[in-house]
Ligand binder design. Sequence first.
Ligand SMILES: Cc1ncc(C[n+]2csc(CCOP(=O)(O)OP(=O)(O)O)c2C)c(N)n1
Ligand SMILES: [Mg+2]
Length: 341
Amino acid sequence: MTTISTSTSTPKAEPTTTQLMDWYRQMSVIRQFEVKCAQSYQQQKIGGFCHLYVGQEAVAVGSIAATRPQDYVITAYRDHGHAIARGMEMTPLFAELYGKASGCSRGKGGSMHFFDAEKNFFGGHAIVGGHIPLAIGLGWAAKYRKEDRVTLCYFGDGAINQGSFHEALNLAGIHKLPCIFMVENNGYAMGTHLHRSSAVTDLKLRTGDAYGIPGKEVDGMDCIAMYQMMRDGIEYCRSGNGSLFLEVKTYRYRGHSMSDPQKYRTKEEVAKYQDHDPIGRLEKLLREKKLLDDGKVAAMNDEIHAAVEKAHEEADGAAFPTTEDIWKDVYAMPFGPYLAR
Ligand SMILES: Cc1ncc(C[n+]2csc(CCOP(=O)(O)OP(=O)(O)O)c2C)c(N)n1
Ligand SMILES: [Mg+2]
């Protein structure tokens, strides 16, 4: 089997200082966006489920930084970070969360269904593992049309024992589709630890012998490591080698969703991971490089805080869909095959 480049075979792509500052900013935006979401959820501005990405920011930011605009991105329901890293503005995201007509999915999708076809961001999917077959559809389309596009597909550790995962990976292996499958292994599927749900917990081994797709492991709390792995991985896929599977080791600091009392883990466990916080790690490096200091950090945080508040206020003041609009885009036929007008 062809192997992708490793640190011993080729030098790693060193990010520029501009990239590092940009990633620090993006991760900080995601974190502050999520903190605001938690507040809005408690104020009952957000209906339905809401899964925050706090702690996992480096995964989306580092990996999407290695893409080109024409590449496809598709993810599960913990999708706020991917949407922001893909360049979606915060106002239509807050509007979506608040059920407003100006939301990115016209207020009918909510937290789990952020979407922006122009940015090749294909959601936001609520069914665990349900979007992995859609990812290979994107991969197949690119290959069939001879388009230079790689598909990035993210999912959680809870998805890897779903039938859809195995069926999709098998097809990706057969057709050598240009797809990178990333399991964001944060250790838990709701309150169930990976050790209780998976017979093999070294996830990078799961696809090599089974589907002919090489597996690699990467530290998802390290934005630079994510970027470097993806630079190599995307190159591997673009060159026609087929798919790649990445086990991304990460951790979420908040509960599974906003209604999770988190009885299945200790505060000490969470604190241990917070010691390796992706934003804190990059900040330390940027301070060492003299690109950040106390004043610059405070100024950037204030500026992001103001942008988050502005986006929230715009969304909060926006209109809900009209009663008539609520029925649009639900079925392909105006009132569906089953409903009489
Ligand atoms: C097919 C299916 N079964 C069950 C659920 C309920 N459910 C929602 S999230 C979740 C846990 C998934 O965990 P994981 O894939 O590890 O993602 P994480 O929440 O850690 O990001 C479950 C079981 C669902 N949405 N879809
Ligand atoms: Mg998980």
